[in-house]
Design a protein around this ligand. Structure first.
Ligand SMILES: [Ca+2]
Length: 202
């Protein structure tokens, strides 16, 4: 009986506040056609010796019937982008919800699921704000398998290596955010991404 009581206490302490019902808004689930080019559903490319291919994977997935698979070689000095959202060259790269229809003040973080390789590689997750300023959060590929990355708005930093020429660098994360992109850094292999969400404030 005593051990049962102890177990209940431990469960309670682990659960609170982590078990509070989290509310999220689904931005992307990578269902339907996944393709690039001018009318693509994903805007992607690479340069300076790096390469990237983007496909749908129906085997390794976290949510729905498929995930977004990125096969890549990221060279030192090279660059890669895999982007979704608005104002991008790919005509059909929209999210499930339009940025202007989101009440951004209700939310505190982005989140997504990543099936990693455990390579230790860094993956940059960039967001473009309402003044074209680009903000970055770095995620590590720590383990083989699915992990959930939670990226609080307050922990993004402005990219200091590059900004669009149209960016108004006012040091404020201006809403609405119009797009996001993944950029794997100096490594190679395959990564899967699924279920990109916004997390509500408590
Ligand atoms: Ca999916």
């Amino acid at each position: 009986m005593k051990s049962l009581y102890l177990a209940a206490i431990i469960l309670l302490s682990v659960c609170s506040p982590a078990c509070a019902q989290e509310k999220t808004l689904l931005l992307d689930d990578y269902e339907g056609p996944i393709n690039g080019g001018p009318v693509g559903t994903v805007d992607f490319g690479a340069g300076n010796g790096s390469t990237v291919e983007v496909t749908a994977d129906t085997e390794i997935k976290k949510s729905g019937s498929q995930s977004l698979k990125i096969d890549y070689i990221a060279m030192p000095g090279g660059y890669i982008w895999v982007s979704k959202g608005y104002g991008l060259p790919a005509l059909n790269s929209s999210w499930l919800v339009k940025p202007e229809d989101i009440n951004w003040q209700k939310y505190k973080a982005f989140s997504f699921y990543m099936y990693g390789m455990g390579s230790g590689a860094t993956i940059a997750f960039d967001i473009r704000d309402a003044n074209d300023e680009v903000w970055r959060y770095l995620v590590k590929d720590r383990a083989k398998g699915w992990m959930r990355a939670v990226l609080p708005f307050a922990e993004f930093n402005q990219r200091d290596d590059w900004q669009p020429s149209t960016a108004v660098k006012n040091n404020i994360l201006d809403f609405p955010i119009s797009s996001y992109q993944y950029e794997p850094r100096e490594s190679q292999g395959a990564l899967h991404f699924d279920r990109v969400e916004l997390i509500e404030k408590e």
